[in-house]
Design a protein around this ligand. Sequence first.
Ligand SMILES: Cc1cc2nc3c(=O)[nH]c(=O)nc-3n(C[C@H](O)[C@H](O)[C@H](O)COP(=O)(O)O)c2cc1C
Length: 282
Amino acid sequence: MAGMMILSTRILKELQAFYVEKVGMELYEVHEDLVVLRHDNLLVGLRPSSSSDSASGTLHLWVPSPQEVDQRYSMLKPYARGVPEWSTSPRAYGFTAQDPEGRALIIQYQPGVHFPFFMSDRLLVTRRSIREFTEDPVPDDLLWKIFELSRFAPTSRNSQSYTYWVIRDRGLLDYLGQIRKESDPISRAPMAIAITADPQKSKRYEQDAVIAAYHLMLAAWTFGLGTCWIAAMNRPDVKEALGIPMDHYVATVTPLGFPKFVPEAPPRRPAEAMVRFVNAKK
Ligand SMILES: Cc1cc2nc3c(=O)[nH]c(=O)nc-3n(C[C@H](O)[C@H](O)[C@H](O)COP(=O)(O)O)c2cc1C
């Protein structure tokens, strides 16, 4: 969080309820003279004021999928100035609403907005396996931003034994989808990345590849791009199709693209169920 914008308000309680209950912002901190709300990596402070010029400005919130625009619209319908729609320049999907003091509030999904959507806690909690994608291509500059983050993956003895193989060819994507026996998110995506490691470069090449793959998946979600770990596939066929040396290890081939929608998180066991504190044996 690099900073916070402050809104002065004459109706603190009402405005707080609006932004938390209708807009879906998180109540982040409550102080005597300041209420702090959070939308992903944006902090908004509400400060009581009696000033009559307090309600100016526009709050513009980006969300990571068109589906999330629709969800927020369903909560904000009575405050909306129109229905969600696509605009062409910039290509974006969203709507404008008005808060109870008359400020404009824009809720928008904009594929290719190249900034991090999430703070690290929300990044880890909201990442989902994405199996349906919009048709928007992933721009090269965004792809390179992802690789710039991914290359900081830890590797055994810093061997950096992994390679990211970028697949955009539609015929190859369809082929990779077909050679799987189960559902096929790869052929529904605009592109895919195969993550491999070279046994000549590391003794722990399999672990290097798996970590590098998950690093890429988190880096992608930082920018609102979806991935899905694909486990079951005929790896020799994948290597043959992509020109990957046969002795290299293929961790996964993940589809990559802008999510058509982001599913609910499948249920998780509570943290306590996954943790054992270990004492020395007596
Ligand atoms: C080792 C592993 C194998 C997986 N294999 C597949 C797969 O072959 N196809 C698929 O659609 N999802 C696959 N997944 C995704 C899981 O189904 C998913 O992570 C899990 O249901 C939790 O959902 P979430 O990732 O949205 O939190 C795999 C995940 C892991 C870690």
